[in-house]
Write a protein that binds this ligand. Structure first.
Ligand code: WT7
Length: 647
């Protein structure tokens, strides 16, 4: 093996749920005798009717379908709550750490969570919500967010969580797309000492969403809100008059559980649909195996519930395993960059799961903020969302974990439901920056642009050759788009949109997106979305957006903007456009650089040559990097772009 390798610590090799021999045997079984393997694994869940069939999926156009455990029946909330009551009713299910470090944390037991979920489910039913209805959830990181999700699952409603950082415009688009009659929100959210006007945002969104009929408002901060008569109700008032029991609705394994909107390379965000049985099994199994979770451990995933990471690894994975999941209201670096480690000490967290962008922002504030805390409770560290640079990896391992804790660098996507390529801490020696090895049942390949499989040490397009239980089932309202987006580039494969490399030891390294999606602070952003927002501004004629390297965020947003004739470029206009995009999409889409460009490099057929724009944004303006510009309609525009690069 190549030099920079961290062997499996002896105690992990001895005690972990899965060691190297078990990993190898289970990988083989999951691929060679897949249906038997998955029917056996399905027994992790509590079924009303156990499935007799496992995988009935096909990636081929003629019989295209993603289907798992189709004759099984279960209820997801019963799997996360009711089945634990006999053995661990008084165990803490959710520890809530508030934004304000001086405020009291909350500890919610399985019995309490069960009662609250039943109440919330009854409130939803009283509002007319039925099985299959879409419920939009626009909440801050408060326990009611987990309660709302489980309440939907209890009555078979399909939740669609919209991240609290999204603008009213973005929220409205997501409400309308899935024809959601109801929104669950809070008066305000709290993050890093600031408040977020969630209810006011819903009010603004409601002006563009005729389908929206009712709004349930959770009192979180007590801030002032306007309640609209006949449409808005307070959750605490409605909950006071409903019982704390509610029978879980039996669901087919293939009944929808949730929708989550995510950015692609074209068009508006798509509603990724996950169903009940396969998704829950995948979340539960990956959670227990990858984090080597044992009963009683305090586990903390610092993601927001607005992203799939929050769904699978704050709510469904941990609770399906009867675990204790810490939920944090705030941001990692507030009041200062030691907060994360203080929270670890306060709650004796054993497993922590963070994004590389958070690590990089904490790392640059200096080691003293880490070493001032104990962190003795930590046993395992995880990362997710973007490639981790080896420097941040080593800092996490050596400084945060004091060399004692393995790191699981988990590669996956909203579409995959849960972990796909990741080390298992008892099975794999680690290489900083490598996502390491496929999880059970995952069959990845690297393809060249012609679709030929690359063997051995190679780099190419990352595809998956067969379905796995956690795979998304469709794009809401557009099954054809689902097929076109993921299964036509390389027929017979699921195309991930990522590039990857396999090294001489067979380790997998994710190199980043190969499409027009960029990864800003671990959040996925379609460049087309930012472009659409920019061209909505009256002064903008045309815009092209690409990623640029960014020390903390991984990638930043670099926008080339062509103004309408007669409009003069200025710093003031630049600021206006930055504000404009924030207002259209949300702060996560804030452009880091805007370059006014009299023209964009286009082919004679009018196609923007993004390859050139990417290179200029990266600051790589050598002739070799820019490549052949002779096919451009106006080669001179490139010189202007290079001369006026921002940064
Ligand atoms: C994209 C998916 C995974 C849940 C949160 C993001 C990138 C994700 C890794 C990793 C390198 C990663 C990929 C992927 N990504 N994890 N460990 N190493 N890249 O979910 O918003 O659907 O984004 O995030 O580019 O395609 P998402």
């Amino acid at each position: 093996m190549s030099q920079d390798v961290y062997p499996v610590p002896i105690e992990w090799a001895e005690k972990a749920r899965v060691d190297k021999a078990a990993y190898d045997a289970m990988v083989r079984a999951s691929l060679e005798d897949a249906d038997a393997f998955w029917l056996d694994q399905a027994r992790r869940l509590d079924w009303i009717t156990p499935p007799t069939k496992a995988n009935e999926s096909s990636f081929a156009e003629e019989d295209f379908a993603i289907r798992w455990f189709a004759d099984g029946e279960l209820n997801v909330s019963a799997n996360c709550l009711d089945r634990h009551l006999a053995t661990r009713a008084d165990q803490v299910a959710i520890i809530w750490e508030p934004d304000d470090p001086a405020a009291e944390p909350r500890r919610i037991t399985y019995a309490e969570l069960h009662a609250e979920v039943c109440r919330f489910a009854n409130v939803l039913t009283a509002q007319g919500v039925k099985k299959g209805d879409r419920v939009t959830v626009y909440l801050p990181m408060i326990p009611e967010a987990a309660v709302a999700l489980l309440a939907c699952a209890r009555i078979g409603a399909v939740h669609s969580v919209v991240f609290g950082g999204f603008s009213p415009e973005a929220l409205a688009g997501r409400i309308t797309d899935c024809d959601s009659r109801i929104v669950i929100t809070a008066d305000e959210g709290r993050r890093g000492g600031k408040t977020v006007p969630l209810k006011a945002n819903v009010d603004k969104a409601a002006a563009h969403t005729p389908c929206l009929k009712s709004v349930i408002v959770v009192k979180a901060t007590g801030g002032a809100v306007t309640m609209s008569e006949g449409r808005d109700i307070w959750y605490h008032e409605a909950a006071a008059s409903v019982p704390a029991t509610c029978d879980p609705t039996p669901m087919s394994a293939e009944d929808p559980l949730f929708l989550l909107y995510t950015s692609g390379s074209t068009g508006k965000p798509k509603g990724v649909l996950h169903t009940s049985g396969g998704y829950l099994l995948w979340a539960a199994m990956t959670f227990e195996t990858v984090f080597d979770y044992h009963q009683g451990q305090v586990y903390w995933c610092a993601a927001d519930i607005g992203w799939v990471t929050g769904h699978s690894y704050i709510v469904y994975g941990p609770l399906a395993n009867g675990g204790t999941s810490l939920m944090y209201e705030g941001v990692p670096n507030w009041p200062d960059a030691s907060r994360v480690w203080q929270v670890v000490d306060r709650h004796q967290v054993e497993i922590v799961y963070l994004a590389p962008t958070a690590l990089r922002s904490l790392m640059k504030e200096g080691d003293h903020l880490v070493t001032a805390t104990s962190r003795k409770s930590l046993k395992l560290l995880g990362t997710v969302g973007e490639p981790i640079n080896p420097e941040a990896w080593r800092w996490y391992h050596d400084v945060v974990g004091e060399g004692r804790c393995p790191i699981v660098d988990t590669w996956w996507q909203t579409e995959t439901g849960g972990h796909m390529i990741t080390p298992l801490p008892g099975a794999h020696a680690l290489k900083p920056g490598s996502a390491t090895a496929p999880f059970f049942g995952v069959e990845p390949y690297l393809l060249d642009p012609e679709g030929k499989r690359l063997e051995g040490k190679a780099e190419g397009n990352l595809v998956i050759a067969r379905s796995w239980p956690g795979q998304m089932r469709t794009v809401w309202g557009d099954h054809d788009r689902f097929f076109q987006t993921y299964f036509t580039t390389y027929p017979g494969y699921y195309t991930t949109g990522d590039g990857a490399r396999r090294d001489e030891d067979g380790y997998w390294w994710i190199t980043g997106r190969v499409d027009d999606v960029i990864n800003v602070s671990g959040h996925r952003m379609g460049t087309a979305e930012v472009e659409s927002a920019l061209v909505l501004h009256e002064d903008v004629a045309e815009a092209a957006v690409v990623g640029m390297p960014h020390d903390v965020k991984g990638q930043g947003i670099y926008a080339y903007v062509t103004l309408n004739a007669g409009v003069e470029p200025s710093d003031a206009l630049r600021k206006t456009l930055v504000q404009w995009v924030r207002q259209e999409i949300g702060p996560i889409a804030t452009p880091d650089a805007i370059q006014f460009a009299p023209g964009l490099p286009k082919t004679r057929s009018g196609k923007i040559m993004r390859r050139i724009l990417r290179k200029i944004a990266e600051g790589d303006t050598s002739a070799a990097a820019l490549g052949d510009t002779s096919t451009l309609a106006e080669p001179a525009v490139v010189e202007d772009l290079v001369a006026n690069r921002v940064g």
